[in-house]
Design a protein around this ligand. Structure first.
Ligand code: ACO
Length: 364
């Protein structure tokens, strides 16, 4: 069994915040931010906006593109570090989409690498059998955990949701037995390329490479904060033998230059490793699509891999670093803008807190 990306969608909150807007609250400037990061605007959840609703909006667009009914979704993976419920938000998205068969829906936490991990997980589910249509959602609202007095971090992040829909594509013999045989056949036919450098033409995920390094957590984190609440209980609290507490998370803490160095070192290695596993080389890819954190990181990785600028996808000027949403958001824009075409091969890579990083070579 193989699997393919067959739809994408994205959504961002309405509120747009420019570099000049930020210069009104912290000591910074449009010039500093755009030269050091490439970012000019970001969209921020405000008022009654919810990440769950944003994710559902993006998911509807992906389902529409793929011509898949919500009732035919049989797995929802929400890749996020900022769920709207401690116990996860994926089931709420499933509910908002009205998936009547109660498909499994759960959250995956891997910061800015989350979407890639979700894609790889979806592929494993599909290849293992029993799952056909998997919604992989990358969504984050890091603005909720930013210290808006810290100019080193508050300029970087924006909120968004992006979706990739994976669909089973089986071998020719099995196609007629599939629930979505007609649809699959059409897609499958379009994807076959006699000149393809890839051996497994029936599969849209050619190779991947994923890593973590807990030792690097100190460079990028938002640790738990224990607030003692025993003062509210008076002396009664002590009878329990421990101070009752209510936990929350601190704001994002980051050593930017360490994260920068880590990304520029590890991401090219990871892409090369994923390409090698796929039996491909850099020259086989049509597009380089990295987590959108900093234009200088994107440029440095492209230079190391010798990918020319015209093959590099970048939209962070408009959205900032949207964490797990950045890859599907950029993919969606590139697909709908006619840049990425059916059959194109994309080297995608994520990196971020954990530390986590990884790559996947996919065919659109
Ligand atoms: N405006 C003006 N000056 C600033 C600002 C700002 N917004 N932020 C920092 N500065 C100052 C610093 O205070 C410092 O001043 P000093 O020299 O007087 O001490 C100077 O600018 C240089 O600071 P650096 O931190 O060394 O600047 P750098 O060139 O490293 O750029 C940046 C900082 C943009 C954060 C960069 O390091 C970066 O992008 N790192 C990667 C971040 C990243 O990719 N994070 C991924 C997160 S993904 C996830 O999982 C959440």
């Amino acid at each position: 069994k193989g699997c393919k990306l067959v739809g994408c969608g994205s959504a961002v909150p309405n509120l747009k915040v420019s570099n000049d807007d930020l210069a009104k609250i912290v000591d910074t400037s449009d010039e500093w931010i755009s030269v050091r990061t490439g970012i000019r605007n970001r969209h921020i959840l405000a008022g009654n906006d919810s990440l769950t609703a944003l994710s559902a909006e993006a998911a509807r667009k992906a389902l529409q593109m793929a011509e898949v009914d919500p009732d035919d979704v049989d797995l929802v993976l929400l890749c996020t570090s900022t769920p709207e419920d401690l116990f996860g938000s994926a089931p709420q998205i499933q509910k908002e989409l009205g998936c009547k068969r109660n498909p499994l829906a759960y959250d995956i936490t891997a910061a800015c690498s989350g979407f890639l991990l979700g894609l790889v997980s979806a592929a494993c589910y599909i290849r293992g059998g029993g799952f056909s249509n998997v919604l992989v959602i990358g969504a984050d609202a890091l603005s909720r955990y930013v210290d808006w007095t810290d100019r080193g971090t508050c300029i970087l992040f924006g909120d968004a949701a992006g979706i990739g829909l994976k669909l089973i594509v089986a071998s020719f013999e099995l196609l007629s037995q599939l629930e979505h045989a007609v649809f699959s056949l059409r897609r499958f036919a379009v994807h076959i390329s006699p000149n393809s450098a890839c051996n497994s033409e029936e599969d849209g995920l050619f190779g991947f490479d994923m890593h973590s390094d807990g030792g690097g957590q100190r460079n990028l984190n938002a640790p738990i904060v224990e607030n003692e609440v025993d003062h509210a209980l008076g002396s009664n609290g002590s009878v329990l033998g421990f101070p009752p507490r209510r936990s929350s998370y601190s704001c994002i803490q980051m050593k930017g230059n360490e994260v920068f160095r880590f990304a520029v070192r590890c991401v090219p290695q990871s892409i090369e490793s994923a390409l090698q596993k796929a039996g491909l080389t850099v020259s086989s890819i049509d597009w380089l699509l990295l987590h959108q954190a900093n234009q200088r990181i994107i440029d440095a990785v492209a230079t190391r891999l010798e990918v020319p600028p015209e093959q590099v996808i970048s939209n962070l000027a408009n959205y900032g670093n949207t964490s797990a949403a950045s890859i599907p958001l950029a993919l969606d824009e590139a697909v709908r803008g006619g840049k990425v075409k059916l059959g194109d091969t994309i080297a995608a890579a994520g990196f971020g807190a954990g530390l986590t990083w990884g790559s996947a070579i996919v065919r659109w």
